[in-house]
Write a protein that binds this ligand. Structure first.
Ligand SMILES: C[S@@+](CC[C@H](N)C(=O)[O-])C[C@H]1O[C@@H](n2cnc3c(N)ncnc32)[C@H](O)[C@@H]1O
Length: 201
């Protein structure tokens, strides 16, 4: 247990996220997760969403931790991590009909966020969905004081990080051929935004 990395936030937010994914992805079969982090979300969601194969991915430095969570979870439908940096993605197979990513858009540079949307737009088939969880600004405004404080702390560590405007993400999605199909307000001033291929709506 102690050799596995731990992100306590995943234990606080996973039930609310699961509820949304269970509905949004009820007819889907294969998810690619971008930026799996510790892998805690992956094993939890795979365990509770047996209709899905859950493919983890992240940059190489996170793979040992993700592997450790997968090994200890003993969940058949979660897959060992792919090495995936959205700024230099490998060739991915075309079998995914959903992409999930949590708490990545404010950690990635804006250029990386652009790359993520372009990648997802290329990858998803017509009925595919992109579910992105995290804090986002609305109309260029923070949705809470705690998000404003969090944003300042991110930018002081690295000016390329920061909470993104939902409108900017909408524009990236549109460029990538996707349109928003739902917006779920989540606990602690977060959202899950769901985009679908525009030609499927
Ligand atoms: C705050 S962590 C979130 C991890 C996990 N999804 C969660 O909710 O706990 C941000 C994740 O984004 C990943 N990340 C940052 N830049 C990335 C990039 N260019 N390509 C892929 N993943 C990236 C990091 O490696 C890290 O796992």
């Amino acid at each position: 247990m102690s050799d596995k990395p731990s992100a306590p936030a995943t234990e606080r937010n996973r039930e609310a996220i699961l509820e949304v994914l269970a509905d949004e992805l009820r007819d889907h079969t294969a998810v690619l997760e971008i930026g799996s982090g510790t892998g805690q979300h992956a094993v939890y969601f795979a365990d509770h969403l047996r209709n899905l194969t859950w493919q983890t991915s992240d940059r190489k430095q996170n793979h040992v931790g993700i592997e450790a969570w997968i090994e200890s979870a003993n969940v058949a439908n979660v897959r060992r991590p792919l090495e995936l940096d959205v700024e230099a993605p490998p060739k991915l197979d075309a079998s995914y009909d959903a992409v999930f990513s949590a708490n990545t858009a404010h950690i990635m540079s804006m250029h990386a966020v652009e790359c993520m949307f372009a990648l997802v737009g290329q990858l998803l088939p017509a009925a595919g969905k992109f579910c992105l969880y995290g804090p986002f600004n609305r109309d260029g405004e923070f949705t809470s004081e705690s998000n404003e404080t969090f944003d300042a702390s991110l930018r002081s560590q690295d000016p390329s990080m920061g909470i993104r405007n939902l409108e900017d993400l909408e524009s990236l999605a549109e460029t990538a051929g996707m349109q928003r199909s739902s917006l779920h307000a989540m606990p602690a001033n977060n959202f899950i935004v769901v985009w679908r291929r525009a030609d499927s709506l």
